[in-house]
Design a protein. Structure first.
Length: 315
């Protein structure tokens, strides 16, 4: 039997590390010199295989869930503090590349705000910083629900809460919720990748359409309702910015227009702009679908702290 935690988390880390060296480079620049393999990260003067905040925060969440056997937002925030101020859970034992919104929420919590008020609110709290790290919470609840040990309402409540620790806007929270439905479908539905992702999106849109609080926000994710149509879009119609809707669309588009883990990661990174996060979001889903064995060994062998990451996933 495959280890979904290994598949998903290593997918996140590989996507992050592949994209970090070219973060914020334009699509036009990458067309001239496309990323095909791992590169040194000159941006942070770091060696080949270095990963950033996407993976570090994913691991901070995962370590808490693994240790407690539950989702505890206060404990997750304490891990975020260890990461941001002490370099724990990071590739090079130092915090690099933390986003402004994540920094704000963690600092707020450290200074006394609680888990419900520490995160940034408003339209500018819709970056991709909560979506990039959400895989452990989503995977935990996908497995619990499949085993009959949890219900969807509880899952969505906690997924939204963990997003809101830093990104406390319903749009960012819903992206994490839709990611959860995609993870559940990849794990437990039948068919090829686009079929499973479509089933996940269908379930997610149906869930959110039940509550008028979410209905108006669903329009922001309208292009994800029909993945066959999304797959027909030219690359020029796909944005890969740090805005959560753009990042989510770019990640899904990269998955449904390719047929291997490698190709999905290469496509995601070469979209340019927020390269590491788009590839990390896509990498988690690609890892769950294609499996750990589909990740190129030449990428794995240079991944920073590979042994620690893999050891943590041996659950």
């Amino acid at each position: 039997m495959r280890n979904a935690w290994l598949d998903g988390i290593m997918g996140v880390a590989i996507g992050d590390a592949l994209g970090l060296p070219v973060q914020f480079m334009s699509r036009k620049e990458l067309m001239v010199n496309p990323v095909m393999d791992m590169r040194p990260c000159d941006l942070f003067l770091s060696p080949v295989g270095t990963w950033s905040d996407d993976t570090a925060m994913t691991m901070a969440i995962y370590e808490s869930i693994r240790r407690l056997g539950a989702v505890d937002a206060d404990d997750i925030m304490k891990n975020f503090i260890k990461w941001m101020y002490e370099g724990e859970f990071s590739a090079n034992d130092e915090c690099i590349d933390e986003g402004i919104t994540c920094h704000f929420g963690i600092k707020n919590y450290k200074n006394g705000a609680d888990i419900y008020t520490c995160g940034k609110t408003g339209e500018y709290a819709n970056g991709n910083g909560s979506l990039m790290r959400t895989l452990p919470v989503c995977l935990y609840y996908a497995e619990k629900i499949h085993a009959g040990e949890a219900v969807v309402d509880k899952a969505i409540k906690d997924i939204h809460l963990v997003s809101a620790l830093t990104h406390n806007h319903i749009r960012a929270c819903m992206a994490c919720g839709l990611y959860f439905f995609c993870i559940s479908a990849i794990l437990y539905e039948e068919g090829d990748l686009i079929s499973r992702l479509q089933k996940g999106m269908d379930a997610g849109f149906k869930y959110y359409a039940k509550d008028e609080i979410y209905i108006s926000e669903l329009n922001n994710y309208g292009r994800l309702m029909d993945l066959q149509e999304l797959a027909k879009l030219d690359q020029s119609a796909i944005k890969s910015s740090g805005y959560v809707v753009d990042s989510f669309e770019a990640a899904i588009w990269s998955l449904i227009t390719t047929e291997s883990f490698r190709d999905a990661m290469v496509r995601a990174v070469n979209l340019g702009d927020d390269t590491d996060t788009v590839a990390a979001i896509a990498g988690g889903l690609a890892g769950l679908y294609y499996g750990y064995d589909a990740i190129p060994e030449e990428w794995l062998k240079v991944l920073r702290k590979r042994e620690w990451l893999e050891g943590m996933c041996e659950v």
